[in-house]
Design a binder for this molecule. Structure first.
Ligand code: NAD
Length: 340
């Protein structure tokens, strides 16, 4: 029987997760929530996704806007196996007890602290630890990017030291109240929270992160420098390993992808799951092995990278005996993610 899924919070992440769930052969999207009518509520109606009322807002606003409601959040919780909480940072924590009381499994996002759930999750790295659990937290966009890259390097070559600088987008494209900024803002917390967050997935990862915020809305870019314990023979071997791993997209020099503008243009051209780029993006020319020292850049599309991870998290929690490779394959095929 298909897993019955609800999405609480139909914003940047929630609407993408909802679309992705609808593409899965083993899942049914029961409904999504909104606190107020909006263009996103209209989107749900147009796509015939049942809309439920979240928060304390009045139904009258929906009625006045002609946006039909199928019920309240509690009604939705009464008809799903799992709820994907895509509410703003810290709201998920407030919802956790409600999900528990309703007896539904729950998936939280990276804006919540790790203790909101039984485990932190990133599919390539630790799918198995989530199997059979009742709640997980899909780590943030940047941490997902780091965890995926760690899944390539840690087991193969060992990591003695990893230093990363995260060049972060100031805001998402629709966040007109936040940015873009006119400046470069160092995150004056050292290390930045991303390294410790990556250790919720890889507890022994010797990574130290710093971050700056820059005036762009398109993507984040990470600069990485690693000392490897058992380095491979060549840069080509490193490139081949990234290329052979799901959820990585490498651009060759002849493709003339100078930076994030061309990456997003590529996504628009290819209609990658609705103009999104859910893969870690690397440039072949931006990977270099020098003895035991590995350097590489990667770009992370903050609005969509966690979407396939949420889909896999649903399977890990709700499909008995589910396996990482099989789930990742199904998710990637249905979302149109690239294979080399
Ligand atoms: P968002 O603001 O775009 O969307 C949140 C949605 O939840 C909005 O539609 C809002 O109206 C709705 N909402 C507000 N209060 C609610 C409530 N009490 N109940 C139900 N819905 C409510 O936020 P987002 O960017 O989608 O972020 C959601 C989560 O995903 C956060 O934890 C965030 O840290 C995480 N995340 C965001 C990004 C990103 O770059 N946008 C990337 C990865 C993870």
């Amino acid at each position: 029987m298909a897993v019955r899924v609800g999405v609480n919070g139909f914003g940047t992440i929630g609407k993408r997760v909802a679309d992705a769930v609808r593409k899965q052969p083993d899942m049914t999207l029961v409904g999504v929530t909104k606190t107020t009518p909006s263009f996103e509520a209209r989107r749900a109606v147009e796509r015939k996704i049942p809309l439920y009322l979240a928060g304390d807002g009045p139904r009258s606003e929906f009625e006045a806007a002609g946006v039909p409601l199928a019920g309240t959040l509690d009604d939705l919780l009464g008809s799903v196996d799992v709820i994907v909480d895509c509410t703003p940072d810290k709201v998920g924590k407030e919802n956790a007890a409600r999900y528990r009381d309703a007896g539904v499994r729950a998936i939280f996002q990276g804006g919540e602290k790790p203790d909101v759930a039984e485990a932190s999750f990133s599919a390539l790295a630790n799918f198995d630890t989530a199997v059979g659990k009742r709640s997980v937290r899909v780590v943030s966009c940047n941490t997902t990017g780091i965890a995926r890259a760690a899944s390539v390097v840690v087991g193969r070559w060992g990591v003695e030291r990893w230093e990363a600088t995260l060049v972060r987008r100031a805001a998402d494209p629709a966040e007109s109240k936040r940015g873009p900024i006119n400046g470069i803002l160092p995150t004056l917390q050292l290390p930045s929270h991303h390294g410790p967050d990556a250790r919720t997935i890889y507890p022994d990862l010797p990574i130290a992160t710093m971050a700056v915020v820059v005036p762009t809305t398109l993507m984040h870019v990470h600069t990485n420098r690693l000392r490897l314990a058992r380095p491979p023979a060549s840069t080509a071997e490193v490139v081949a390993a990234f290329r052979a791993t799901p959820r990585f997209r490498l651009f060759a020099p002849w493709e003339r992808v100078d930076g994030t503008p061309q990456v997003m243009e590529f996504a628009r051209d290819h209609g990658v799951a609705g103009d999104d780029m859910m893969e870690n993006v690397l440039w072949e020319a931006g990977v270099r092995l020098d003895g035991a020292d590995l350097s590489f850049f990667q770009a992370i599309h903050q609005e969509s990278i966690v979407v396939p991870e949420n889909v896999d998290a649903i399977r890990a929690l709700c499909v008995p005996g589910s396996r990482a490779a099989e789930s990742i394959r199904t998710t990637d095929q249905t979302l149109g993610l690239s294979r080399p």
